[in-house]
Design a protein around this ligand. Structure first.
Ligand code: SF4
Ligand code: ZN
Length: 302
């Protein structure tokens, strides 16, 4: 099959493009999203939250090629056999593309790696990991103007559906291409430049440019509900092409109304008495968890 723009062989079917036209289509789509939603100012200091997976590496690659001040931030939870592998990939990528990589470790920040925390406590891995990761991302993104994440259209449609099914309007209201703001104390502007790009497109771009070809999954992945929604949505997409795009399009048309609806019921934020991070309570979620699951000896040295 031929590319719809030239007579070269197509390497991607929907849309039908040859290699060069696909790359141009992909990069234009990301840069247009940045422009349309005012995600980045020319002089912004940008940090990309990276895991070593294809989405965050593709995002880092494009932002680094198009903006001046781009760095990478990775959280090393301490998951042996998984995170050590992705960090190696990340280090090679950043040294090849001349990007400053900051790695923040659970071991240093909380006194123990996730593997040990899980051995010592009967607790769901993603619950503790999610809370601690968010805390470190928030803490170490403050010196930047924006923090960019590699969520693609498939991730977003899945999150929208999950929040709708659970009727969690507060989480639902934070799924637009830009959330968080510098004007709100303690927060950095969060952006999702791959918002309108499908997972398939990210995968193709990543393979064509040799950014990332392998796939590793965290051995602790256990959010059964999320996986169920993901699988159902994938099944539905195969039967009814365009379902994920329709969900995201619906959200984009309605997210301002959703935000307005929850505005008045939003909790007032203050600073955590222990760590100073924003929270609605006296002690933030992460500090409460640290106090519960880390030993007294560990807490003393924090
Ligand atoms: Fe952490 Fe769960 Fe993600 Fe693994 S799957 S990195 S434990 S949040
Ligand atoms: Zn705290």
């Amino acid at each position: 099959m031929e590319c719809v723009k030239c007579d070269k062989k197509a390497i991607f079917l929907e849309p039908t493009f040859c290699k060069d036209h696909f790359i141009k289509y992909f990069e234009d789509k990301v840069l247009n999203t940045i422009k349309k939603y005012d995600l980045i100012d020319k002089d912004d200091k940008i940090v990309v939250a990276v895991s070593g997976g294809k989405d965050s590496l593709v995002l880092l690659y494009i932002l680094n090629n198009n903006f001046e001040n781009v760095e990478a931030l990775c959280i090393d939870e301490g998951i042996q056999g998984y995170r050590d592998k992705t960090i190696k990939i990340l280090k090679d990528f950043c040294s090849k593309h001349n990007v400053n990589l900051n790695i923040k470790k659970f071991q240093k920040e909380f006194g123990k790696p996730l593997d040990i925390i899980l051995k010592e406590n009967k607790i769901k891995p993603c619950t503790v990991c999610g809370v601690f990761r968010r805390k470190l991302m928030n803490k170490y993104s403050k010196e930047y103007d924006v923090i960019a994440t590699g969520h693609n259209r498939d991730d977003i449609s899945q999150a929208i559906l999950m929040d709708l099914l659970k009727y969690n309007l507060s989480l639902l209201s934070r799924l637009s291409p830009v959330s968080g703001t510098k004007t709100r104390k303690g927060f950095t502007k969060k952006i999702k430049p791959l918002y309108f790009i499908s997972e398939k497109e990210v995968m193709a771009y990543s393979i064509i440019l040799g950014i990332r070809t392998g796939f590793e999954e965290c051995p602790n992945v256990e959010d059964a509900y999320r996986l169920k929604v993901r699988d159902e949505l994938n099944r539905y997409e195969i039967k009814h092409l365009g379902t994920k795009k329709n969900i995201v399009d619906w959200y984009i048309k309605n997210h301002i109304d959703i935000k307005e609806k929850i505005k008045n019921s939003e909790l007032v934020l203050r600073s955590c008495n222990r760590c100073g991070e924003p929270t609605s309570r006296e002690i933030c979620n992460s500090c409460t968890m640290e106090q519960k699951i880390l030993s007294k000896d560990t807490l003393k040295v924090l």
